[in-house]
Write a protein that binds this ligand. Structure first.
Ligand code: NAI
Length: 304
């Protein structure tokens, strides 16, 4: 089996590198630009040979090559420019995601599909509906990246190892992201024993806006998204049953149906093995429902 990555730009290449250096599987990069996926594949292969990792990394401009893939990552599409929101990409990226999803349905219908293209939650829904694949096999990566940012701020403020931090981020991968301060702990010890309530509020705000800061400084986010997708691929390939946030189709959980949004799930060889229905308090519920409304509006705007 192979991990196929459709879209070999900045994030696609980072996903390929992160999957390859974890020795997860062979990797296939696909793009419409001639030469780009082949060049990225060569560059990554050269790093692997020095590391002693004997995985095959290839590039292709032919969708038929994804047919033996166990996991397909959809990361084709435009990224936001400084000052843009993820929703500003909605219509342009919807036509790319629709087109690519039809190819996935034709060539790799039995794979597990991880969507990365923004705006993440509506694009995950669009890919799910266009491919007609089972809801457990189609998910979006957004919350895990938000979580890595959240943990990075907690680590800075608490001055303890990131390994000891447990946390969760749910809701829309966008304006209504919900870092769950109330659910955080450091090796089982409540966060308040390490970080003041005021500093916690600052971390909440910083987590929600830091992606825009990175884009303003370097034009795109690259390494952390690549790492987050590789963690998801690893959970699936090794059947780890990891509890991590992904954009998943809700079917009554959180009192909502027929929408994809970030929630914690158990991720294993069958894809989404369980959606975890958290009991949110009223403030958390309000933000989560703003996320639901925002994603619903976007879905309405792109679905026929
Ligand atoms: P990029 O512009 O560097 O690469 C996009 C690639 O997609 C290009 O190489 C382009 O040729 C290719 N492409 C376009 N249409 C295609 C098609 N029909 N088939 C195959 N390839 C096609 O952009 P970058 O920075 O790699 O970002 C890609 C997407 O990932 C953006 O939508 C961005 O917003 C999103 N993103 C999502 C994150 C998340 O957490 N979910 C994090 C970071 C980026």
């Amino acid at each position: 089996m192979t991990i196929a990555i459709i879209g070999s730009g900045k994030v696609g290449a980072s996903i390929a590198l992160n999957c390859a250096i974890r020795d997860l599987d062979d990797v296939l990069l696909v793009d419409i630009v001639q030469g780009l996926p082949q060049g990225e594949a060569m560059d990554i292969s050269h790093q692997l040979s020095e590391m002693g990792i004997d995985r095959l990394v290839r590039g292709s401009n032919n969708y038929a090559d994804i047919s033996d893939s166990g996991i397909v990552v959809l990361v084709a599409g435009l990224g936001r420019k400084p000052g843009m929101s993820r929703m500003d990409l909605l219509h342009t990226n919807a036509s790319i995601v629709r087109d690519v999803s039809m190819k996935v349905a034709s060539y790799a219908r039995n794979s597990i599909l991880i969507v990365v293209t923004n705006p993440l939650d509506p694009m995950t829904y669009l890919a799910l509906k266009t491919t007609g694949m089972h809801k457990d096999k189609v998910m979006g990566m957004g919350g895990l990246l938000d979580l890595s940012r959240f943990k990075s701020f907690i680590r800075e403020a608490s001055n303890v190892s990131g390994e000891s931090i447990q946390a969760m981020v749910i809701s829309e991968h966008g304006e209504n992201m919900l870092p769950l301060i109330r659910f955080c702990c450091i090796s089982g010890i409540p966060l308040i024993d390490f970080i003041s309530a005021e500093a916690q509020s600052q971390i909440f705000e910083n987590t929600r806006k830091v992606a825009a800061d990175v884009i303003a400084l370097k034009g795109a986010t690259t390494y952390a998204p690549g790492n987050a997708v590789a963690i998801m691929a690893e959970a699936i390939i090794k059947d780890k049953k990891s509890v991590i946030p992904v954009s998943a189709l809700l079917d009554g959980e959180y009192g909502v149906s027929n929408i994809c949004i970030g929630v914690p799930v158990v991720l294993g060889e069958n894809g989404i093995e369980r959606v975890i229905d958290l009991k949110l308090n009223s403030i958390e519920r309000e933000i989560f429902h703003k996320g639901i409304n925002s994603v619903s509006e976007a879905i309405k705007a792109i679905m026929p």
